[in-house]
Write a protein that binds this ligand. Structure first.
Ligand code: THU
Length: 135
């Protein structure tokens, strides 16, 4: 079974490949599927800034592309310097998590000294979902 340090280390290793020439803020994510597989993602910036993709959503795209549809949680690591790693997921990424994950989906971020972990239900209460689209 994966421990939290290994999980964060996987996010940190993904961070090294981040494409962040504009912000210099490199982020890596390690998404754990219910199959036990880990899917990595990193932020991919663009000269047209709004086309940027966050690390978390890149990880979801990688996982979904490989057929994984159910998830346990995600570890996120980033910042300008690795030592500052403290990246709570942005609102758009929280919304994408809510599309594919239940309230117990675990989100972990932090650094060597301090790690935060919260279920998605705490990070995005009252989320808009497919249930709202039902008549
Ligand atoms: N970023 C992520 O990859 N994930 C987050 O949750 C927060 C922000 C990226 C987007 C952009 O490339 C850089 O960090 C600065 O906002």
């Amino acid at each position: 079974m994966l421990n939290k340090k290994e999980w964060m280390d996987a996010a940190l290793s993904a961070r090294e490949q981040a494409y962040a020439p504009y912000s210099g803020y490199k982020v890596g994510a390690a998404l754990l599927g219910k199959s036990g597989k880990i899917y990595l993602g990193f932020n991919i910036e663009n000269a047209a800034y709004s086309a940027t993709i966050c690390a978390e959503r890149a990880a979801f795209a990688a996982a979904l592309t490989q057929g994984e549809r159910e998830f346990e949680g995600i570890a996120i690591a980033g910042g300008k310097a690795q030592a500052e790693s403290n990246v709570p997921p942005c609102g758009v990424c929280r919304q994408v998590m809510a599309e594919f994950c239940g309230p117990d989906f675990l989100v972990i971020w932090g650094n060597e000294e301090h790690r935060e972990q919260h279920p998605l239900s705490e990070l995005l209460p009252f989320s808009f979902s497919n249930k709202n689209l039902e008549e």
